[in-house]
Each structure stands twice: as C-alpha cells, then as structure tokens.
Design a binder for this molecule. Structure first.
Ligand code: MEV
Length: 394
C-alpha cells in the first residue's frame, strides 16, 4: 500500500544568521587532524575498488584504525544507541534541480549511513563550548571544502532544539560507513543523524516527521533553500516520490517490484549546491521560456519514469534516466567529468546512466539490473573514477 505522508517543516522567523554567527564565535574544537588523516585513508584504502554498500561487512571492518575507533565508541555508548541515530545517503533517480521548482522527483536511499553521538558536558564543567569530531569517511577535500557550511548546518540543528553550547557544553562525534562525496546526500545524512542523536541524548521522544523537520533546518546551512528531498530520503529510507509544495512537501514511499541494482561513481570534485542551484535560478530568470520548456519535458519524463519504476520495466527506466541526463546537460549542471563517466557506464552495459545530485562534479549513477552488468559497469568505471560503489535501492 502506498503511504502518503505530509511533513511539517517549521520555518522559523528567528534570524538564523545572527544566531549562527554568535555560536560560531564560541569555542569550537574541530578535529582537523583526524579529518585529514581519514580523507587520506579513504583515498588510499579505496584503491580503485568498488565498495559494495549492500555487503554485510561494513567498509570500516577492513580499516584497522577506523575499526579500533568504532569498537571503542561502541563499547562506551553501545552499538544499539549508535544504530538508532543512523541516517542514509541518497541517490536522485529523476529530478535534481527541477525538484526545487515544485515538480515531482524520484529518489532512493542507499544502505550506507552516517551516525552520531551527542555528549553533554557536566553542568559544573568550567569549559563550555562545542567540540566536533568528524570520523566520517570522505573523498579527499570534501570535509575541508564543506567545513564552513557544516558549522552553520550543525548550529542550525542545535538552535532548532534550543541547545546553546555556551550554557551546556556539547561534544558531537560523527561516524558511519557513508563515504561523504558531493551528490550522495552526505550533508542531509549528517544533520538527520545529529537530530536523531539529540533526541536520544536529551532524551526527547521525536517522531520521524520531527527528525525530518530538524534535518531540513540543518540542510539550510548547506544549501540555503533546500527542496527537502535529501533529508526526507535520509530520514525515511526506501525509494520515494517527493514533491516540494508552497506548504508542506508531499512524499510517497514506492513499492519496488525487484531491488534495483545501481553503480555510482564520484568524479572526485566537490561542488557547492548553493552555487549551482543559484546559477540555475539566474539562468531561469534570464530566460523563463527556455526554462519552462525544459521543465515541461521533465514533467513528462518523471511521469513516465515513475510508471516504468512501478512496472519494474528496467529498459524503459534506463532510457528515461539517459534522457534525464540530457536535460541536466541542457540545464548546464553536468560537466565533462560526469559526461565521460556516464558514457563509459553505457558502453560497459548499463541500461541507463545519468549524473545525480548537484552536478558540476559530484556523482553519476548507472542502472545495472543484473549482477553481471553491475560488476562489468563497476569495473569499467574504476578505470576512470576515483571512487566507485555498488548498491541496491529497495
Ligand atoms: C541536491 O542533492 C539536489 C538539488 O536538487 C537541491 C535540492 O533539491 O535542494 C540540486
């Protein structure tokens, strides 16, 4: 049965900027050392081998330093606590950028996740402030490039829960097996995991809709006016049809006939969602007729895409994913690196391939209905892309 859910996303009238500036001026101990070491490790340990995020053994099992850290953390706070903070990454099948303009999009959550631990300092502790330890794996330069936005995003979530680290100090530790890269929804996974962890640490019982609303507030720190698609996929998982509206967004959890095998690959380029979404807006305002024509083609495409998904018709789905990539090219959000990976995936047997997410770097995905196709496409992309993953959307 299809479940319709309407999300409440509170839009606060409070001046976020002033609040964030104030909080950012506080003691802020970011774990830069562990961050850069981990980025190096991810780059080295990847070694052009596709990670299978559907496998039972998480990526960190094969990384002794990370494994030791995670075991310590699990011993200290318990694995079940961390599990309850998990927030997934996502891949957009249809509609990046168009979704901002209130048309439907299709998105699938991947099984890789970010988790978070929140620790309050004791009330009588003299030193108050915010300490952030970021142990998430990431493609090189991702965390450095996103550091300022991450600070704003985290502080927006704290503000949403009326937490003020000047009054009660906080330590946040982020981990999990989602490799942070542009396009995979790492920012949404971070703020949703944080929201879940705050609920558990306070403790305060939060509904999934409340977690999602808190994640949406955090997403504003990463990209000003998010559509809400990333935090919704991160919170609820599964494959969703999502639509932003003038009021609350509407989303539907899709019933998938067969799990959908996907290969996704990073260009290694970290893009700014704020910049790319802003460029699209400027282009739209400069030529409304051009944009309206693209949007009309997209609306037909996503309708057909949803029908193909519902029917489990992979060849048609693949053809429509290819057409969505063409629309992204016309929208100027693709780039040579993405186009090359998309072509290589198709040549290696993918039934369809497209960029996914912000674009101008970031990620592409390929639809590979059989295990053989998935392996062949992953092998072809590993020759070109710094990182390649296999996953299944369900
Ligand atoms: C980013 O993952 C998706 C965009 O459409 C932005 C958004 O929907 O907020 C580019």
């Amino acid at each position: 049965m299809i479940i319709l859910r309407v999300i409440s996303q509170c839009i606060t009238k409070y001046c976020c900027c002033c609040y964030c500036c104030l909080l950012s001026a506080l003691v802020h101990l970011q774990s830069r050392k562990s961050q850069t070491e981990d980025e190096k490790e991810t780059a080295m340990s990847n070694n052009n081998t596709a990670n299978d995020d559907t496998k039972n053994t998480p990526e960190w099992e094969e990384n002794p330093r990370k494994k030791a850290k995670i075991i310590l953390q699990q011993q200290r706070i318990g694995n079940s606590f961390l599990k309850r903070t998990r927030a997934y990454g996502k891949l957009i099948l249809f509609g990046e950028h168009f979704v901002v303009y209130k048309v439907p999009a299709l998105v699938g959550a991947v099984s890789a996740y970010t988790d978070c631990e929140v620790e309050f300092q004791e009330n009588d502790d003299e030193t108050h402030g915010l300490e952030i330890v970021d142990d998430r794996p990431a493609v090189p330069n991702y965390k450095v490039t996103k550091a300022a936005e991450a600070d704003v995003a985290i502080n927006l979530v704290l503000k949403h829960f009326n937490l003020d680290p000047t009054k009660r100090g906080l330590k946040l530790t982020f981990g999990g097996d989602l490799t942070c890269a542009s396009g995979i929804g790492a920012s949404a996974a971070q703020v949703v995991a944080l929201s879940r962890a705050i609920g558990l640490a306070l403790p305060k019982e939060l509904t999934e809709d409340e977690i999602n609303a808190a994640g949406y507030e955090g997403e504003k720190g990463y990209h000003g006016t998010p559509s809400g698609i990333d935090n919704t996929a991160s919170t609820f998982g599964g494959v969703l049809r999502f639509q932003r509206t003038d009021g609350d967004p509407i989303f539907v959890k899709k019933q998938i006939k067969e799990p959908i095998r996907i290969v996704y690959a990073s260009t290694g380029i970290t893009a700014s969602t704020t910049t790319v979404v802003g460029d699209v807006k400027a282009k739209k305002e400069a030529d409304e007729a051009w944009f309206a024509a693209l949007l009309a083609r997209y609306i037909t495409l996503v309708k057909d895409g949803e029908a193909a998904l519902d029917a489990g018709d992979m060849p048609t789905l693949g053809k429509l994913l290819n057409e969505n990539h063409t629309l992204c090219q016309e929208l100027t959000v693709s780039c040579k690196e993405l186009d090359d990976l998309v072509l290589a995936a198709r040549e290696a047997g993918a039934v369809g391939a497209k960029m996914s997410g912000t674009g101008r770097g970031g990620l592409m995905l390929a639809l590979t209905p059989t295990e053989e196709q998935q392996d062949a496409v992953a092998a072809a992309l590993e020759k070109l892309a710094p990182q390649v993953w296999k996953t299944t959307l369900a």
